[in-house]
Unconditional design. Structure first.
Length: 223
């Protein structure tokens, strides 16, 4: 299978899981990647995909023609990608907004995860575009922060992230998976997901919850 085909398969498998199963898999493997505090702000849809990174902050923007933050990432994105933005400047300024949501949706972007403030969330809801963010603000980025880099390494909630890594996000939070770890994480998460589905079925069939969630459940993440 080609690299592109493998990545597409990984995304399809990731999309069948949820954040909690993937977080549990990371726990089992003793890796980090789960992030709390990034809320599901526009839609209730889960997103899963490969990551395209953006780093915002104060300072001088890259050389060249002036452009608004994150527009470079939107134009570079492939359908199904997730744009992940770092905005740790401390400045109360939006790292994502309404026109960006529309542009990203038209490009086929799966959603955005912003470790920083976002705005125009009503517009994102109108576009049915998934936005996950640290907080809400009405303040524009213009004149406050700039785009420092697109496609380079970033940090999201203490997790090191690079372009080409994978993300899944839902109502429970955000989980980021390094590309080199995706196969092992998926295998572990799929096993956990299947076991919990079997547990739910056992409850429906009348088994006692103390039996279903007994020693096997408590020790499920131990190697």
């Amino acid at each position: 299978m080609s690299a592109a085909g493998a990545a597409s398969d990984f995304v399809a498998r990731l999309g069948k899981l949820d954040c909690c199963a993937v977080s549990d898999a990371l726990d089992k493997l003793h890796w980090n990647g789960a992030v709390t505090g990034l809320g599901q702000l526009s839609t209730s849809r889960r997103i899963a995909g490969r990551i395209l990174t953006v780093r915002l902050g104060v300072g001088e923007p890259p050389a060249g023609k002036p452009r608004h933050v994150s527009t470079t990432a939107i134009e570079a994105a492939e359908p199904g990608d997730i744009i992940v933005v770092e905005q740790h400047s401390g400045v109360n300024a939006a790292s994502w907004g309404g026109i960006l949501s529309l542009g990203a949706k038209l490009r086929g972007v799966a959603g955005v995860i912003a470790d920083g403030p976002v705005r125009d969330i009503d517009e994102a809801r109108q576009h049915d575009f998934p936005v996950y963010g640290r907080s809400l603000t009405p303040f524009t980025a213009r004149g406050r922060i700039v785009e420092l880099d697109t496609g380079g390494p970033i940090n999201v909630g203490g997790v090191a992230v690079k372009a080409g890594d994978y993300a899944i996000a839902d109502g429970s939070g955000v989980v980021l998976i390094a590309a080199e770890n995706i196969e092992r994480v998926l295998a572990a998460a799929e096993e956990i997901f299947a076991r919990e589905a079997a547990m739910a079925q056992a409850l429906r069939e009348g088994k006692r919850i103390t039996e279903v969630m007994g020693a096997n459940y408590e020790n499920m993440l131990r190697n």
